[in-house]
Ligand binder design. Structure first.
Ligand code: EPZ
Length: 419
């Protein structure tokens, strides 16, 4: 298993280019199944979750080639309609392939993605939405068997919760269909707009992505296209936090600041200097920060749940009571016990994590519990004198390209090793 060794205590400085967004690349890769031709994705991050998505596409009969950050998917011969249990386990969000498989092959067999580090990951909204599009769904053992005997038929779907994945599945499934589909209470995350941009570039007719009402006018086919995946807003927030934690000053390139307003507001409110021209973001940190109102994570454009773990290590530099309330995932705070091994002194009160003033963190050995919780531990290590050891970094490699190299490019001292 991989291990990070981080020697902290230095102010970070320098500039860094932000990777493409994992949570945009994954649904777009699923959508390439709809195109009986080649699709070219630029700025596609080289991550283990993306590799898992490419393995799924190959299993379904596609040819996938990666050239640095460009991925070419040739889906002309895609014909298989079953994803193995192993691959489903490798990546929970493989459920987003469901709509694409049913649209392309007329049927799909997956195993229930099951829960993950963040808690149960139900797919009831995905299934109920696909049924409204004319899909027949059977569950046998742990398999979910979907068929669309009459093809995908447009419908009006109101989501009980603005699920990102369910919104993506509906958009993908309805893109090539008979009639028009309207999604009400759709998720508004920027990654959904990026998916719609890709599909429209390929000849789709998706309107309203990024708002709570998305209309998809079914077309007969989509065509080969190229697309550049949008920048990863959570990865950008991670490195901004690294600078803030060490009192450093960094410049991030190839960002999309407009997608990060709630995050940039937080950094400003506690006392960081933040400047942005939209594509670049500069941050200058301090030694100590002022508390701000309770952070409450919620669906976009509120403070993103994925950024919660990223900012919590900064609470150790806030001179006063600071809390964060998690409203999306039940087990989002699993990393807190590991963070407290640095001396963070965070207290959990149900769905809220609270810190009661600034503390000096001390180097220690910890282990990652999940993707963003693991990133939080690396961030904490950056502001400790001495060497910290972070185990089970495979969680981090799901969402961060070469995190140690990125940190070292801005003055960090991180090494990776296998044990
Ligand atoms: C996406 O997950 C992201 N993953 C998550 O990022 C992100 O945290 C989440 O959206 C919220 O923004 C990808 O895009 C690959 P949801 P997703 O469906 O689609 C419940 C990361 O760190 N729900 O919006 O799974 C669910 O249990 C990952 O990059 C149902 O109840 O999120 C959760 O409580 C972590 N039934 C809430 O909705 C359903 O059918 C949010 O889920 C679907 C979801």
């Amino acid at each position: 298993m991989g291990v990070f060794k981080v020697k902290g205590g230095k102010k970070l400085s320098g500039s860094l280019t932000i990777q493409g967004a994992k949570n945009s690349a994954l649904p777009i890769l699923a959508a390439t199944l709809l195109i009986k031709d080649k699709s070219v994705l630029h700025n596609c991050p080289d991550l283990t979750d993306v590799s898992a998505a490419l393995k799924i596409l190959v299993m379904l009969g596609c040819v996938c080639v990666r050239d640095d950050n460009t991925v070419i998917v040739d889906a002309r011969d895609a014909a298989n309609f079953e994803i193995s249990k192993e691959l489903m386990r490798e990546m929970r969000s493989s459920v987003v392939f469901l709509g694409a498989m049913i649209s392309r092959m007329g049927r799909a067999v997956i195993t229930n993605p099951g829960g993950c580090e963040l808690g149960p990951r139900p797919i009831d909204l995905h299934i109920s939405s696909l049924k409204q599009l004319g899909v027949l769904v059977e569950e046998a053992d742990d398999k979910i068997i979907c068929t669309a005997p009459k093809g995908i038929i447009g419908s009006e779907i109101r989501l009980d919760f603005p699920s990102v994945g369910a919104t993506e599945n509906i958009i993908i499934a309805a893109c090539i269909s008979k009639g028009t589909t309207v999604i009400k209470n759709a998720a508004k995350e920027p990654e959904i707009s990026d998916l719609a941009d890709f599909l429209n570039r390929a000849g789709g007719k998706v309107k309203g992505a990024g708002s709570s009402v998305v209309t998809i006018e079914g077309v007969n086919r989509l065509y080969s296209t190229e697309h550049r995946v949008l920048p990863d807003r959570i990865v950008a927030a991670t490195y901004l936090c690294a600078a803030a934690l060490t009192g450093g000053e960094i410049r991030l390139k190839d960002c999309n600041a407009v997608n990060m307003m709630s995050l940039l507001d937080f950094f400003t409110q506690i006392g960081c200097m933040v400047k942005s021209n939209g594509k670049e973001i500069c941050i200058r940190g301090k030694e100590i920060y002022r508390p701000t109102k309770q952070i409450i994570t919620d669906v976009y454009p509120a403070f993103p749940t994925d950024a919660g773990p990223i900012v919590v290590p900064l609470f150790s530099k806030i001179g006063g009571v600071q809390s964060i309330k998690e409203t999306i995932f039940q087990n989002r705070f699993r990393y807190i016990s590991e963070l407290n091994k640095f001396g963070a002194n965070m207290r959990l009160e149900g769905d809220t994590a609270v810190s009661f003033g600034a503390v000096k963190l001390k180097a220690t050995e910890v282990k990652c519990t999940d993707l963003r919780g693991g990133a939080a531990l690396v961030l904490a290590a950056l502001c400790c004198e001495g060497e910290s050891i972070i185990n089970d970094i495979h969680h981090i490699e799901r969402g961060y390209c070469n995190m140690h190299k990125c940190l070292n490019a801005i003055g960090g001292n991180a090494t990776i090793s296998e044990v």
